[in-house]
Design a protein around this ligand. Structure first.
Ligand SMILES: Cc1cc2nc3c(=O)[nH]c(=O)nc-3n(C[C@H](O)[C@H](O)[C@H](O)COP(=O)(O)O)c2cc1C
Length: 231
């Protein structure tokens, strides 16, 4: 016997699912920029969307043959910089570039080697406090970290990196004054949603564990914080 309330039954009946075989499953995760150190002491920069936080650890999925995975295997320091939504054009400039020379055959067609990806994307590095790779200036959140564990994924094409965050830098405008809390009403990640870039929409609600006061602020995607429009 169906005991669900009538409204639930009618809502479920209205939805038709079809089976599909999408080539990618990028269902909308934040973009991060990873700074790592090359063998010659210069620095590489790569956009990555397979990243998520588990306590103070950020778990990252990387193509096995990319320069970033290669660097972290030998030099485990990194910076995880989080761009604001309006910085997506700089992120997209990095998309067809690799710091690996020669370019691995597994990279997509059109991918080319560029030794200075900061310059190629019009981004600037600023010194980190605890690690050698630089932070990406004007990214509202920057995490200095150390790759503690790197292991192959089940497909063999990727590696899974567990990076422990040692220091957090936040643009003062996205911090609730007098606290260590990021203001979720002001900060928005840049979301990679099935190969299209998005920011966050309006707040829908708050978790029972939320610790920040409700407020209406300007999100970090707006010109004063986005790093693309001179202030
Ligand atoms: C928005 C965006 C998200 C990406 N996410 C990932 C990712 O999660 N993992 C990955 O290995 N490559 C990802 N890529 C592709 C890498 O950035 C690309 O392979 C790049 O060449 C890596 O640079 P590297 O070889 O210098 O490390 C992404 C690219 C873009 C533009």
């Amino acid at each position: 016997m169906n005991t669900a309330p009538p409204s639930t039954v009618s809502a479920a009946a209205a939805v038709t699912h079809i089976e599909i075989e999408p080539s990618i499953l990028y269902f909308g995760t934040p973009v991060v920029l990873l700074s790592t150190e090359n063998q010659d002491g210069s620095f590489n920069l790569a956009p990555i969307s397979s990243a998520w936080a588990l306590g103070q650890t950020v778990v990252i999925g990387l193509g096995r043959e990319g320069q970033t995975a290669y660097n972290l295997g030998s030099r485990p320091e990194l910076v995880i910089s989080l761009p604001a939504p309006a910085q997506w054009p700089a992120v997209e400039k990095l998309a067809p570039l690799t710091g690996r020379n020669p370019v691995p055959s597994t990279k997509p067609r059109g991918c080319r080697f560029v030794p200075d990806k900061f310059a190629a994307a019009g981004l600037t590095g600023e010194p980190s406090h605890l690690v050698r790779p630089p932070r990406v200036a004007r990214c509202p959140i920057q995490l200095e970290a150390h790759a503690e564990r790197i292991r192959p994924d089940v497909s063999g094409g990727f590696v899974i990196v567990e990076a422990v965050v040692r220091k957090v830098h936040a643009d003062s405008r996205i911090v609730v004054p007098g606290t260590d809390h990021i203001d979720p009403g002001t900060w928005s990640p840049l979301i990679y949603n099935f190969r299209h870039y998005f920011g966050l929409g309006a707040e829908l609600g708050r978790s029972y564990r939320a610790q920040t006061p409700r407020r209406s602020g300007k999100r970090a995607s707006e010109p004063a914080l986005d790093g693309t429009v001179p202030s």
